[in-house]
Design a protein around this ligand. Structure first.
Ligand SMILES: NC(=O)c1ccc[n+]([C@@H]2O[C@H](COP(=O)([O-])OP(=O)(O)OC[C@H]3O[C@@H](n4cnc5c(N)ncnc54)[C@H](OP(=O)(O)O)[C@@H]3O)[C@@H](O)[C@H]2O)c1
Length: 237
């Protein structure tokens, strides 16, 4: 018997971890992937995945900084999914304005980062909630970072980004408590060679993503509300 279809929506699929996640998910014929990005027409590597995807890849525009763009995605996603609903929402897109500190950050950058990294992902989950309710897995992964942890004591660097990711963690906790029937986690992908992670990072995107997909495949309701690393170790808040 063929495996049941599993449906995924990913943000920030134009490059980096989001692109690699889309690529790996398409290797399983049972997956239908809705890969979103700010500018589908310029996302050439993502467009190239359509060849050979046998109609299982749908590319839609979505800017997590623009709440109307999030609202606009509901109808086309609903039409693609039909009665089955959405199984997994992967809130992957984010920005990092760099090495600022608690005394050198720009308030404008902080607000912009909170918008892209926290308000957008939160609003996307709100918007897609009826579709997630119809899904089998009812799972949301909010991509976070080890830098979000106060307990890990990462020092003064990347204040704006870290503040935003700590807020992502709290969003995850609040979502999990509001919907005990959902599995909502935040996950640190490790230090990955992407535009954000830089060339000095330790992991290739394919290594990080294959671990992340293993974690996602293993999740149960008991995992909801937790902060995981890519090996499913629990990171202290
Ligand atoms: N790489 C690491 O070492 C590392 C470590 C810890 C956590 N993370 C997290 O992992 C996730 C993916 O990071 P990455 O390393 O793949 O970063 P990346 O290479 O910089 O890619 C970021 C992605 O987010 C998209 N994006 C940025 N702003 C957006 C917006 N307003 N709306 C929609 N999409 C937007 C980008 O799209 P455009 O092409 O349109 O700019 C791009 O596809 C992020 O949540 C990041 O915080 C990464």
């Amino acid at each position: 018997m063929a495996a049941p279809t599993t449906t995924w929506l990913i943000t920030g699929s134009s490059r980096g971890i989001g692109l690699e996640t889309t690529r790996q998910l398409l290797q399983a014929p049972s997956n239908v992937v809705i890969a979103t990005c700010r500018s589908p027409s310029t996302a050439v590597e993502l467009q190239a995945l359509s060849e050979g995807a046998k109609g299982k890849l749908h590319i839609l525009p979505l800017d997590t900084a623009d709440m109307s763009s999030i609202d606009a995605v509901l109808k086309p996603v609903d039409e693609i999914l039909g009665e089955g609903g959405l199984d997994y929402l992967l809130n992957n897109a984010a920005i990092n304005v760099g090495m600022d500190t608690g005394f050198s950050f720009s308030p404008d950058d902080l607000l912009r980062t909170i918008n892209v990294n926290v308000a957008g992902p939160g609003h996307l989950a709100q918007t897609l909630l009826p579709l997630l309710e119809r899904g089998r897995k009812k799972t949301i992964m909010n991509m976070t970072s080890g830098l979000a942890s106060i307990a890990l004591d990462c020092g003064p660097k990347c204040a704006t980004y870290s503040i935003s990711k700590t807020a992502v963690n709290m969003l995850t906790y609040k979502q999990s408590k509001a919907r005990p029937d959902f599995t909502v986690i935040c996950l640190d992908p490790g230090w990955v060679k992407t535009e954000m992670g830089g060339e000095g990072a330790v992991l290739e995107p394919h290594e990080s993503v294959s671990s992340i997909l293993k974690v996602l495949g293993s999740l149960t309701l008991e995992d909801s509300g937790k902060f995981f690393n890519r090996d499913k170790g629990v990171i202290p808040w």
